[in-house]
Design a protein around this ligand. Structure first.
Ligand code: SAM
Length: 330
């Protein structure tokens, strides 16, 4: 097990398998994005080696993300390879975060490869609004994907970015819908990452405010449930479901951070909100053995910073970090 300078055990790695996405969510990307040439990306075999090195260093959970992980060609091969670590008892979980657009055709295979839970991002249940937020998303396709995942027995958690004046009037409805479908729901504060076309200050909705509003209508009880990620959960008495809050701005949760992130080019970021990074592609390609790769991972984790410094207000209207969430992997 690798432990960082602040005594935090690194047991979770999020791997972005592609920076490409078929959506252009307004808080995440600009309408026109320049993506990496495909030749720059680690191959699936290299991603497998990289993930395996993390497992050998004591990582217990791997999340594939992006960009949109399910638009990477043959990504199911990687999921299947990682599934062998779960079957072997050295990894607790392989999971992924998806926008759901390709889920209908992949749900069955994900379940077959040993995936038990997935996070699906869904910011609105109103078709026109969903299509405006995602700019390219097709509502029916995503809903069909979510239903397919449910049908094959995958546990679904819905991730919803709370956006002021955009979907804040839908929070009760989303909570009720998730409760009826048997899905947990996690609300996320918008983070200042990368240039977008819009104004982040205008979009930012503090979840402290949201929680107080929801508590007027729903009975919310704090529960110690954790999935290994940053969300803090309450139980919703009326639905029997769970509601999570990811609050990088109103409540910094870095003290319990157990994660690092790797981009699709093999750059490891020790913190979502800081620039410091370590190249893993060099050591990965330098030899067939993984000793240098493991050493680079250990050296990077020894530099993991205490936390991020996200702020969104009128005086801080620049992104805290230049890269988009889709680069580091959400
Ligand atoms: N394409 C996949 C998806 O849509 O879930 C995975 C990648 S996406 C970058 C992962 C998550 O990050 C999504 O739930 C998305 O809403 C969220 N996200 C992206 N940019 C964000 C930002 N600036 N602040 C907060 N959440 C963001």
């Amino acid at each position: 097990m690798v432990i960082d300078p602040f005594g935090r055990r690194i047991s979770y790695v999020r791997v972005s398998v592609t920076d490409r996405c078929d959506f252009r969510c307004v808080y995440c990307m600009a309408e026109e994005m320049t993506f990496l040439p495909k030749a720059e990306l680690l191959t699936l075999e290299e991603l497998d080696r990289l993930c395996t090195a993390f497992v050998e260093l004591g990582v217990r959970k791997i999340r594939l993300t992006g960009g949109e992980p399910l638009v990477r060609r043959n990504v199911l091969w990687l999921v299947e390879q990682l599934g062998r670590h779960v079957a072997g008892g050295v990894l607790d979980e392989v999971t992924l975060t998806t926008n759901g657009s390709q889920l209908a055709r992949h749900a069955q295979d994900l379940a077959r490869c040993g995936v038990r839970r997935i996070n699906v991002s869904l910011d609105s249940l109103v078709r026109e609004r969903f299509e405006a937020i995602t700019r390219r998303g097709m509502f029916d396709k995503v809903m069909a994907g979510i239903e397919a995942a449910k049908a094959v027995g995958l546990r679904v958690k819905i991730n919803m970015v709370a956006l002021k004046g955009v979907n804040e009037d839908e929070l009760d409805r989303m909570l009720a819908w998730c409760g009826a479908e048997g899905f947990d729901l996690t609300l996320i504060e918008t983070m200042p990452m990368g240039e977008i076309d819009g104004d982040r200050t205008a979009q930012y909705l503090p979840l402290s405010v949201v929680r107080a509003r929801l508590a007027e209508r729903w009975t919310l009880t704090d529960v110690p449930y954790r999935t290994g990620g940053p969300a803090r959960y309450v139980e919703v008495k009326e639905t029997g479901g769970r509601l999570g809050f990811i609050t990088p701005l109103t409540h910094n949760f870095c003290e319990s951070c157990n994660r690092v992130r790797v981009t699709c080019t093999g750059t490891m970021y020790m913190c979502l909100g800081q620039e410091d990074a370590v190249d893993l592609r060099g050591p990965l390609r330098a030899s067939e053995g993984d000793a240098a790769l493991r050493q680079a991972i250990v050296d990077g984790i020894a530099r993991k910073p205490k936390g991020h410094d996200f702020v969104i207000d009128r005086r801080h209207d620049r992104p805290a970090v230049g890269r988009h969430m889709s680069v580091t992997g959400g």
